[in-house]
Design a protein around this ligand. Structure first.
Ligand code: IPD
Ligand code: CA
Ligand code: CA
Length: 279
């Protein structure tokens, strides 16, 4: 981004604000879970939502509205979120209050609070907090990625056959056989596969080198935006293994995402590639 009207001081202020907010939000999510049974519901009959998703979403949005009343907000839990097409030109926050709800509700540690800040068409700040592990991942565009304030890098694994690869699945059952067939092709070429249940978690684990690649067909902007900047700033290659069939904004595109260390990325792309338009 070349526009000097968005100062580095402002972007650092946003990063610090988002980081503190994600820690408060994570504490609240843990506290609600420890407090006992969470009220649960299903969106479109298949997608679990708990009272914690809603409360944490409100907590984050209220804090942002108070601090930055003229900024745009897109949270998974707002009405009409699925159809929203933010242009990201104005200051825009993209929030997944709990990414990995299914595991969260079952007492797993693989869930995250994800907050991204975009302006002038780009994600400029990414914050992903994994509260159950006390791990806070942050990135500012062009300034590298941090885990608990220490710089992180993607793995050095250079062959797919030695790689750990993560993926995820949508909440419903439609098309699942096709996704499982694809996973079989990947598993045949790598060391093993992982399924954490949180896109933000998977992207951050690629960023810090615990796994080597992550792909998923059907993501939303709030799943990926925070983790995407973190993994890119940690040195990953990031791209798409199919055409942009949904005509999404490229920066927050959820269809057919692939991230990996630069050695493993092309090997994964060769297995997954369904593009007709290259480049
Ligand atoms: C889900 C997680 C999961 C991914 C799904 C997402 P949610 O988000 O990121 O890993 O496979 O595609 O919907 O519903 O737990 O916020
Ligand atoms: Ca999510
Ligand atoms: Ca969520």
């Amino acid at each position: 981004m070349s526009d000097s009207s968005v100062s580095n001081d402002f972007i650092e202020e946003i990063r610090d604000f988002a980081a503190k907010l994600s820690i408060r939000a994570g504490e609240r999510a843990l506290e609600m879970r420890e407090g006992g049974a969470l009220a649960q519901d299903f969106k479109q009959e298949v997608e679990l939502v708990t009272e914690a998703d809603l409360e944490v979403s409100d907590m984050i949005c209220d804090a942002i509205r108070q601090a930055y009343p003229d900024h745009e907000l897109l949270t998974e839990e707002s009405e009409g979120a699925a159809a929203a097409r933010p242009d990201l030109e104005k200051p825009t926050w993209i929030i997944d209050p709990i990414d990995g709800t299914v595991g969260y509700a079952r007492g797993h540690f693989q869930f995250c609070v994800s907050i991204a800040f975009c302006i002038k068409g780009e994600i400029q700040v990414g914050v992903v907090n994994c509260p159950a592990l006390n791990e806070l991942f942050t990135a500012i565009k062009g300034q590298g990625a941090l885990l608990n304030e220490e710089p992180i890098q993607v793995s050095q694994t250079d062959e797919l056959k030695h790689s750990l690869v993560a993926t995820g699945f949508p909440h419903g059952w439609d098309g699942i056989d096709r996704l499982v067939e694809r996973l079989g092709r990947v598993r045949n070429c790598c060391r093993d596969v992982r399924r954490s249940g949180s896109c933000a978690f998977d992207l951050c684990w690629v960023a810090c080198g615990r796994i080597d690649a992550y792909y998923e067909e059907d993501l939303k902007a709030w799943d990926l935006s925070g983790g995407k900047l973190i993994v890119l700033e940690a040195g990953a290659e990031y791209g798409f293994f199919a055409d942009n069939l949904r005509h999404e904004h490229q920066e927050i595109r959820g269809y057919a995402n692939l991230a990996g260390n630069p050695k493993v990325f092309p090997q994964m792309l060769a297995i997954l590639d369904e593009r007709t338009e290259h480049g």
